[in-house]
Design a protein around this ligand. Sequence first.
Ligand SMILES: Cc1cc2nc3c(=O)[nH]c(=O)nc-3n(C[C@H](O)[C@H](O)[C@H](O)COP(=O)(O)OP(=O)(O)OC[C@H]3O[C@@H](n4cnc5c(N)ncnc54)[C@H](O)[C@@H]3O)c2cc1C
Length: 335
Amino acid sequence: MKAVVVGGGIGGLTAAIALRRTGHEVTVLERAPELREIGAGLSLAPNAMRALDALGIGERVRTHSAPSEVSGTLRTSSGRFLRRFRPGRDEPLAAFHRAELHSALLAELPETVVQTGIDVTDAAEADADVIVAADGVHSGFRHWLFPAAPGPGFRYTAWRGVTEPGVGPPVRGSFTMGRGAYFMIHPLPGARACWALGAAEPTPGVRNPSEHAEVARRIADWPAEARELVAATRPDAVLHNDILDLDPLPASRATASRCSVTRLTPCRRTSARARARRSRTPWCSPSRCGTTPCPKRWPRTTPRADRVRRTSRSRRAARRRPTRRRRGGCTRCWR
Ligand SMILES: Cc1cc2nc3c(=O)[nH]c(=O)nc-3n(C[C@H](O)[C@H](O)[C@H](O)COP(=O)(O)OP(=O)(O)OC[C@H]3O[C@@H](n4cnc5c(N)ncnc54)[C@H](O)[C@@H]3O)c2cc1C
């Protein structure tokens, strides 16, 4: 089959590699005049690496990555560790420089497959049996196929940076949570490190005269490792982007409702059913509790001070009575 992949990003190139493996004739059409990926670090979870293994390119791609212990290392902004990475229990993520991952994927495709400088605005333009729309978060194809589906929504804002080789402290990967913000660190091959500061903001598009100074200000009392990494990053290498997100498409929701991935991508129908079931359940919901008495409210047991004064006879009698829950209230909201 003749397949056209619209978009030469990480998703498009991977789709092209997969299609070629299954014997299809593939062309990648990319709008940009030159194929290159900018950005900072990017980590791939073990399931993403397994997908690359299934395509037979996992080992080659892995050589461009460093294992990051971010998956098991969690601490607070005061530096207190809530969790430490434990080999065997936690699986490291594969941390890449985005440009290097993109180049590694591109190297898996023959030169003639990717054609740049082609802006595909209509499916009819592509002479293909199948079109894979991998045109990014602002996908024109998505809008064309699902005009009613909401576009990307603003989630939070993020600053990212990569240190120069050998500059900055050695790192193993960590995730630090603060009030309305996180700081993520990954090691990169070549004695480099990448970091990202994510912060909740009410509106997108707010920019600062010096993004480097803004990051330093925001993490002024955060762990020294974070501050040292930012200090070791060239100010002009600090990127600031708003993070957008897309809801699953209606088609994927419908599929999800009939298969076992429902929990990963909850479909509206399932949640409506779940909501209806919950409303029929006699347990009170936290919102109802406290306003109207819950029909299943358990009677409170005798206060502890009284209980200890009971005689052994009354204790034996109490034991014969049907068991009551120690704590009164609804078993769901514990009121
Ligand atoms: C700050 C940040 C950090 C992230 N970190 C991680 C991470 O650590 N791990 C992770 O797994 N994911 C991460 N992500 C998400 C990940 O980067 C994206 O999911 C991924 O890059 C999407 O790849 P893509 O190929 O689908 O889209 P894109 O990379 O957006 O590529 C789309 C391509 O399509 C081209 N294109 C668009 N329209 C047309 C058209 N009409 N005709 C032809 N070409 C077109 C564009 O020029 C572009 O090259 C991060 C995202 C951001 C923003």
